[in-house]
Design a protein around this ligand. Structure first.
Ligand SMILES: NC(=O)c1ccc[n+]([C@@H]2O[C@H](COP(=O)([O-])OP(=O)(O)OC[C@H]3O[C@@H](n4cnc5c(N)ncnc54)[C@H](O)[C@@H]3O)[C@@H](O)[C@H]2O)c1
Length: 200
């Protein structure tokens, strides 16, 4: 097993662990409790991530787990009813049951959409977050907020759905654009303003 740190989020029966390591996305089953009990695994990601990390899907993951794959376009536009319907129908088409696990490899946009879909399908499927942007690693993958946008504003439609675990692998950030790295640092700076003089 690779070396990693663990943070525990204590929420009673919804408690989960956040695993943080250098390249732990290459051995994800080790960070998902009772992985063998799932009847089916569906990995959801976006086109951009797939293009920039082809080996992640072809080698690292396929060697370890058997999964169906759903790839969506990237961008804020997917946080919409249109893409919520699309992803829910794609998942249902795979004839899922309640023992299905959804794994989301993506930034805050995909995590918000997949989290919401996982809270709706069969009244709740387990899901695991593998955040792939700095912003999603330091913020959106933790806390259980899911959501899509409305024409009346951002994140107005959503639910709370805690992940079964969050796997934070810093190596996955190697392909991220400078703009998205900076956006993550801005979020870290914001938190340091709000709550922690030492981090600031
Ligand atoms: N749920 C929450 O608590 C919460 C908190 C903060 C923000 N958010 C939401 O997060 C969203 C923003 O998330 P974001 O900043 O991660 O943007 P994003 O999810 O749109 O990702 C930014 C871009 O990076 C690409 N990308 C992702 N991972 C990559 C990788 N490893 N290599 C190369 N490219 C990669 C994506 O394809 C996308 O084009 C907003 O919709 C915001 O509302 C949610």
């Amino acid at each position: 097993m690779n070396s990693f740190d663990i943070c525990k989020v204590s929420l009673g029966i919804n408690s989960y662990k956040i695993f943080i390591g250098k390249d732990i996305h290459k051995s994800i089953t080790e960070y998902i409790s009772n992985y063998k009990n799932y009847s089916r695994t569906i990995v959801i990601s976006d086109k951009n991530i797939l293009e920039k990390n082809p080996s992640l899907f072809s080698k690292s993951l396929r060697q370890k787990i058997k999964f169906d794959q759903i790839i969506l376009p990237q961008g804020e536009k997917i946080k919409s009813f249109k893409y919520l319907e699309l992803i829910v129908e794609k998942i249902l088409k795979l004839k899922v049951d309640r023992d299905t696990l959804l794994i989301c490899i993506g930034g805050g946009v995909l995590g918000d959409l997949v989290g919401l879909a996982s809270s709706l399908i069969l009244r709740g499927l387990d899901f695991v977050q593998i955040p792939s942007t700095l912003l999603s690693q330091v913020d959106s993958s933790v806390g259980g907020k899911t959501g899509i946008n409305s024409k009346y504003g951002k994140n107005l439609i959503g639910s709370f759905k805690q992940p079964k675990s969050v796997i934070i692998s810093t190596d996955i950030l190697k392909t991220l654009s400078n703009r998205d790295i900076n956006s993550g640092y801005a979020e870290i700076l914001k938190y340091s303003f709000i709550s922690d003089k030492k981090i600031f």
